[in-house]
Design a protein around this ligand. Sequence first.
Ligand code: PLP
Length: 416
Amino acid sequence: MYDEYNRANYELIQKTSPIVGGLIQKEFERQSNNIELIASENYCSEAVLAACGSCLSWKYAEGYPSGRPTGNNGRYYGGCEIVDQIEQYCCEVWQKVFDTDYHVNVQPHSGSQANFAAYKALLNVGDTILSFDLDHGGHLTHGSSVNFSGNLYHMEFYDVNEEGYIDMESVRKKALECHPKLILTGASAYSRIIDFKAFSEIAKEVGAYFMVDMAHIAGLVAGGVHPSPFGYADIVTTTTHKTLRGPRGGLIFAKPIEVDGKPLHKRVDSAVFPYAQGGPLEHIIAAKAVCAEEALRPEFKDYAKKVVENCAALCDEFLKLGYKVVTGGTDNHLILLDLSDEPFSGKVLQERCDERGITLNKNCVPNEKRSPMQTSGVRIGTAAMTTRGYEADDFRAAVRKIDAIIKELREEYKDK
Ligand code: PLP
């Protein structure tokens, strides 16, 4: 499907830079030939790619479209009448995707930028955030000490129980102890349904704001196979390039509430621009709008359902072969294969899989004993290969290939 598109691009780039053109071609071949099991990756459509490569890339448009309900109106440049329409349309179509009246900001360049701005809109530096521990499945921007989040805010963490599930009793206990200003949920490596209602009730009980970073599962929410955070969360952030299958980028949705006497949506807009970013990427915003239209189609619902079904099949095959999977199963697009009892690390398995044309990534497991650079697990997802047409049996076959690699490594490491 992408061959002709890629060839045309390659020929254009090759004329100016044979080196860059050649490397892009190689990467295209790697992505086309490998079994791509990285849970955060996907293949977007040619329409999305074309919007990313369009003339909109040339346009400066600092500010917001005029007529924006927040009062954050107007641009700092002339010639914005068309990009205004694109950005306005993009916001409207995302509201339709999630069937929400939340205010939408489509300018964040990435998920990290979206989270940066969301915290800024809700918090003051030094405020307490109660969030999901990175080692248990959270993200760097959820309070890691090497990230802005762990430096600007006081972090407290909840974690998973013995079975690997988010423990709502421990979330409540922690919240009552630390009185956070914000409770945050969402994950990069969590394979179960997240109970947004239960989180919002705890937030209400302790007087905290509630934020959901649904970056990983947004496509499943849009496709109706994961419960929606809308109605529960004060702010929802997401990326558009994972299960949503769009361009690389972020989105912020804000509930119509007031924070410190000012509408939250106004605070979000000014936290994105001018606080966190400069000129918006209007080509990416156009691609986000195309992605949203795709997500509204009935085929997208079929896709999301298939991603989850395929993941269940992949998980089942690992379990049949005797492997340990964190929580013993999955409700979404990913699993965490637990290698704690193996003589080799997640890193070793990742590297051997790379050599055999299978792309996945090392990942910490709950109660991790190895270092984050080694890890005792790998994360495996089905979103990308489902886009490429993989069915349940294809995923089962991929598991058997990984099983053969693991058996080979067991032999190699048995005396080490
Ligand atoms: N939030 C979550 C839950 C993620 O998994 C990620 C990326 O992996 C991000 C935020 C950050 O997104 P980005 O890489 O676009 O900054």
